[in-house]
Ligand binder design. Structure first.
Ligand SMILES: [Zn+2]
Length: 241
């Protein structure tokens, strides 16, 4: 995938600007999850938002998860990104039509501390861009603005101590010629699931319980919602656990 984020600032450093191109990720995800046009576009916006926000993560192990739960047909969307700009996610109802509806957004940042940081907000006007802008306005100290599309977007933050001129520029919109690009980061849709992890997930059920399930169903199937992989375990797998 040739998608990327450009990390830049205005020349005086007072506004940081992340710009993402996510067209291929959108097309890949649409096919992977067999999404309707509506589900794909809403998912694309969430993937773009997740990728943009992942560029603010600092440490290798940091993880960011954005979830929507809504009363529209689509029901919900989840995306998870790490600091290497690897993103994955899924839509509750792949073949949904709009609108998004009302509901809530949650952002969970796992920064390797004792507890992850969880922030919540409402869905605004059935719109993901408006929802995220409202979320940042009410939950984060740094002034932030999203411009979001299903195949790309921009994430702009006014740094603390910015000049009046920078504040005015932030409000009126930053032009391309104001931005100095510092870094180009490549972005991928990828899942870190594996047969070993799937096995670890079922071990706590205990051998006897697992063998009972296999007796009835023939096997145990662990499905990964993020990438649609299936991991099948049979009697011999459980016996050698
Ligand atoms: Zn997976």
């Amino acid at each position: 995938m040739r998608n990327y984020i450009l990390r830049g600032t205005t020349f005086d450093g007072s506004i940081r600007v992340f710009t993402a191109n996510t067209k291929e990720i959108y097309e890949y995800a649409k096919k992977l999850h067999n999404l309707s046009d509506f589900s794909a576009k809403e998912f694309g916006k969430m993937l773009t938002a997740g990728i943009l926000m992942s560029a603010t993560l600092k440490s290798d192990k940091d993880l960011l998860t954005i979830s929507l739960k809504v009363d529209g047909e689509i029901s919900g969307i989840v995306v998870t990104a790490n600091s290497k700009q690897e993103i994955k996610g899924y839509v509750y109802e792949p073949q949904a039509n709009g609108p998004l509806g009302d509901g809530s957004i949650s952002v969970v940042k796992d920064l390797g501390l004792k507890e992850p940081i969880v922030s919540l907000g409402p869905i605004i006007d059935s719109d993901i861009e408006k929802t995220l802008n409202h979320f940042f306005e009410t939950s984060e100290q740094v002034k932030t603005r999203f411009i979001l599309s299903y195949d790309g977007g921009q994430f702009i933050q006014l740094m603390p101590g910015a000049s009046e001129e920078a504040k005015a520029k932030f409000e009126s919109g930053v032009n391309g010629e104001d931005i100095k690009i510092h870094e180009k980061l490549s972005v991928t849709f990828s899942c870190d699931c594996s047969r070993e992890k799937a096995l670890k997930a079922i071990i706590p059920l205990g051998k006897a319980e697992l063998l009972d399930i296999i007796k009835i169903d023939g096997h145990i199937n662990i499905h990964c919602h993020f990438c649609n992989s299936d991991y099948k375990f049979f009697e011999a797998d459980v016996k050698t656990m």
